[in-house]
Design a protein around this ligand. Structure first.
Ligand code: BGC
Length: 349
């Protein structure tokens, strides 16, 4: 079968190549790939900055935002041929650490977790893939291709859950939520927060185009300036840019007792001791929590599935701005200005 593979930590090593059929040890459920979403992590892996091949292998099958159709359910009674499924990304470490031992692999304590398409387990960018039934999630059939948005939605389900859990430490009545960055994660955060009934503000550097339109279509408010200038004091901020300036502005702008949840992964920049002290002072004097959030456990996958199933399909469809064929994977990985979510489609839904 054909797959998009990469030699991790070696830039431009990605290939669409012939590889053996998936190993039965990867799971008893055999799935035909329908589509795989592309995200910043995939780009980093292809650029040779991140990623690990499975033990004993040189290359890794890329892709962690999956959508597939069951070809053979194996022994599992929970799935049948034709079901649309997505695969959970992370697997618990084998020690296991206390968090992984209770199924909270997203909070892995020793870093020895593995991740499909990222860290030591093959991903989903192959014509067929296998998965353990307990790590396969049924996708609401009416979502069709939109089911490929499930994985990024799980990241948001976890981030929002963190904010809600933290809010319980004191009396707190969140009304206003700011999302920084109107990429797929930011837009899905805005969607979820609107569905929770919050007053949602989204900030991005784009001044026109589909991002502002999508935000307004949700009934949320779009801003393209600085965090300080949005004219409201947010009770919570979901930071999705990973940009140093936006992060420090967010920490200064958050309201009293509010939480800044960081989901963006950025790089670079020098942190001066003075700037750190100012940011810390702002957090101390307003009882703020700054929390990082990565990945998702099974509970978040179920929550994300419910959220997507209830969401407006026309709006969700507009998030997928480009569909490429697997042989054109380099095009899929190259960012274009008006991209939101780019998807590689392996088979019709
Ligand atoms: C994925 C997460 C993963 C993280 C770090 C993200 O792109 O969505 O599931 O944990 O990368 O590898």
């Amino acid at each position: 079968m054909k797959a998009i593979t990469v030699e991790p930590m070696k830039s431009n090593s990605a290939l669409f190549e012939e590889i053996p059929e998936p190993d039965v040890r990867e799971g008893s459920l055999l799935v035909e790939a329908v589509a795989v979403g592309v995200c910043g992590t995939d780009v980093e892996i292809v650029e040779g900055k991140y990623g690990w091949a499975p033990e004993g292998a040189k290359r890794l099958v890329l892709g962690h935002e999956s959508l597939g159709r069951v070809i053979d359910p194996g022994y599992s009674k929970a799935f049948k041929k034709g079901d649309l499924v997505a695969g959970i990304v992370r697997r618990p470490d084998s020690v296991p650490c206390p968090a992984c031992a209770v199924g909270e692999w997203d909070m892995c304590r020793n870093g020895q977790y593995t991740e499909r398409g990222i860290k030591q387990i093959h991903g989903f960018m192959s014509e067929r893939w296998r998965i353990e039934p307990e790590y396969a999630i049924k996708v609401e059939p009416s979502l069709g291709l939109l089911g490929v948005l499930l994985e990024p939605t799980t990241v948001i389900a976890k981030a929002l859950e963190q904010v809600v859990f933290i809010g319980r430490r004191a009396f707190w009545e969140p009304r206003t939520l700011l999302v920084t960055g109107a990429g797929p994660i930011g837009l899905l955060a805005a969607l979820a927060a609107k569905m929770f009934g919050l007053d949602v503000h989204v900030l991005d550097r784009m001044e026109s185009g589909s991002k502002p339109d999508l935000v307004r279509a949700l009934g949320a408010t779009y801003h393209s300036g600085r965090v300080q200038d949005i004219g409201v004091v947010p009770d919570a901020i979901i930071e999705c840019t990973g940009v140093g300036q936006v992060i420090s502005d967010s920490i200064q702008a958050i309201g009293s007792s509010g939480t800044v949840c960081l989901t963006g992964v950025g790089h670079g920049g020098v942190i001066t001791a003075d700037a750190t002290a100012n940011i810390a002072a702002a957090a101390v004097l307003k009882n703020n929590v700054i929390v990082g959030s990565v990945n998702a456990n099974k509970r978040h996958w179920y929550k994300a599935g419910n959220l997507l199933a209830r969401a407006d399909r026309t709006w969700l469809t507009r998030l997928i701005t480009r569909i490429e064929r697997p042989e054109d994977f380099t095009k899929a990985l190259a960012r274009q200005a008006d991209d939101i979510k780019v998807v590689i489609q392996f088979a019709p839904v």
